[in-house]
Design a protein around this ligand. Structure first.
Ligand SMILES: [Cu+2]
Length: 127
């Protein structure tokens, strides 16, 4: 092989291996960062969870910052062993978990917050 051919071959090889490796390591790094989501809890009469539907990716760590805006609320996501306990009015609690299953999972308020407390539900969607 001529020198210029060898150089061109080495360059093509570097691009073919280097670009996918860089993309892969970027994605791996990004997936290790927790996905941070702000969630506001209000009684059903005042609008309920916001957002009421949370979409995340399987295997990516999730960090929820849950604000109990109007009265004391709770947050329970039983399928992933998450229970924030009581979140006092105006305060935020942080919970973390890594969803390992794809599907739709309900989350609830665990503190009797209003006459419609039992209806205070949301859905975690794991893709
Ligand atoms: Cu409640």
């Amino acid at each position: 092989m001529k020198r210029i051919e060898r150089t061109a071959f080495a360059l093509v090889l570097a691009i073919l291996i280097g670009v996918p490796a860089a993309v892969f390591s970027y994605q791996a790094l990004r997936d290790r960062q927790p996905r941070e989501i702000y969630v506001v809890a209000r009684t059903v009469e005042r609008g309920g969870w916001s957002p009421a539907r949370i979409v995340v990716k399987r295997g990516q760590k999730v960090r929820l910052r849950i604000l109990a805006e109007d009265v004391t609320h709770g947050f329970q996501l039983l399928h992933f062993g998450v229970n924030a306990g009581a979140i006092k009015t105006g305060t935020t609690k942080v919970v973390e978990f890594t969803p390992d299953r794809v599907g739709e999972f309900p989350f609830y308020c665990s503190v009797r917050c209003s006459p419609l407390h039992m209806a205070l539900m949301g859905t975690l969607v794991v893709e």
